[in-house]
Design a binder for this molecule. Structure first.
Ligand code: SAH
Length: 256
């Protein structure tokens, strides 16, 4: 059995209505919601998955947060890549354990978290120092020392060049990914994959046009549609609300 919940550990408290709260367990503290309060001390040492009651008799379930929970709750400066898209990027960009990945921009570090948890070495180029610091903090808030040691973020403009080579993967989430194509051509190994995440299809098209067919092949652009279903007794139907649009994922491979 995995060990019990520890002091300073992050937990997710879920109420009956599906609301979720991310809380760091601190001795002597109380967690308050409109439905009452719970002492952190009543959770420290407990097993995850238990249900506790607030002082106003509302039920809360306590879990260790999943990466999906964490990414949606962590502090963010820039817009994050949503879990449905991060999951697809891991497969489309074929991110493997030990892969050498350059990621730019890094923003809040949401995609970095997925890349690191998949076992990659991630070098981030982020133009804003405040976002670079935020991404390091967010990664340290969820992943262990071993993963943090595979992560480095430099405050740099990726449009000006990539200062390393022999990369397996380059993954871009910035406004003009086509500006990075010539740099990625030099920095990637033959067979390496360049990925661009773009909110607009016009950006995806411009990125594809920048990939000269003498250097790049296997171009592919994908949009991920994700629809939750409501299942309760006889009411079985798609949810009324869905995330209508996030972005497009385009991949190309470096020819030898
Ligand atoms: N993928 C990130 C979000 C990135 S948002 C996540 O999942 O959390 C886009 C980021 O690109 C912003 O942080 C912005 O500061 C950065 N950026 C924009 N232009 C850049 C450039 N030329 N070089 C490096 N970073 C850049």
């Amino acid at each position: 059995m995995k060990n019990s919940l520890q002091v300073e550990e992050l937990v997710l408290l879920c109420d009956r209505k599906g609301r979720k709260y991310l809380v760091k367990l601190t001795s002597g503290k109380q967690f308050h919601t409109h439905a009452g309060s719970v002492a952190h001390d009543s959770l420290i040492g407990a097993s995850e998955g238990i249900q506790v009651r607030t002082n106003r008799n509302a039920s809360l379930t306590v879990w260790r947060p999943t990466l999906n929970d964490y990414v949606l709750k962590m502090p963010r400066g820039a817009q994050v890549i949503y879990p449905k898209d991060s999951a697809a990027i891991l497969m489309l960009a074929d991110v493997f354990t030990g892969a050498r990945v350059l990621e730019s921009g890094v923003g809040s570090g949401a995609l970095s978290l997925s890349l690191l948890r998949a076992g990659a070495y991630v070098l981030g180029y982020e133009i804003r120092a405040d976002f670079a610091a935020q991404s390091l903090e967010n990664v340290a808030g969820f992943l262990d020392q071993e993963a943090q040691q595979r992560y480095e973020v430099q405050v740099r403009d990726c449009y000006l060049g990539i200062a390393v080579d022999c990369l397996d993967r380059v993954i871009l989430d910035l406004p003009e990914p086509w500006q990075v194509v010539p740099h990625a051509a030099k920095a990637l190994n033959a067979g390496g994959i360049l990925t661009a995440y773009t909110p607009s299809i016009l950006q995806a098209t411009q990125f594809r046009e920048a990939c000269d067919c003498k250097l790049w092949a296997q171009a592919c652009t994908v949009e991920i549609l994700h629809r939750n279903w409501h299942i309760e007794d006889e009411a079985v139907r798609p949810e009324h609300r869905m995330v209508g649009h996030t972005g497009f994922v385009t991949t190309v491979r470096r020819l030898g």
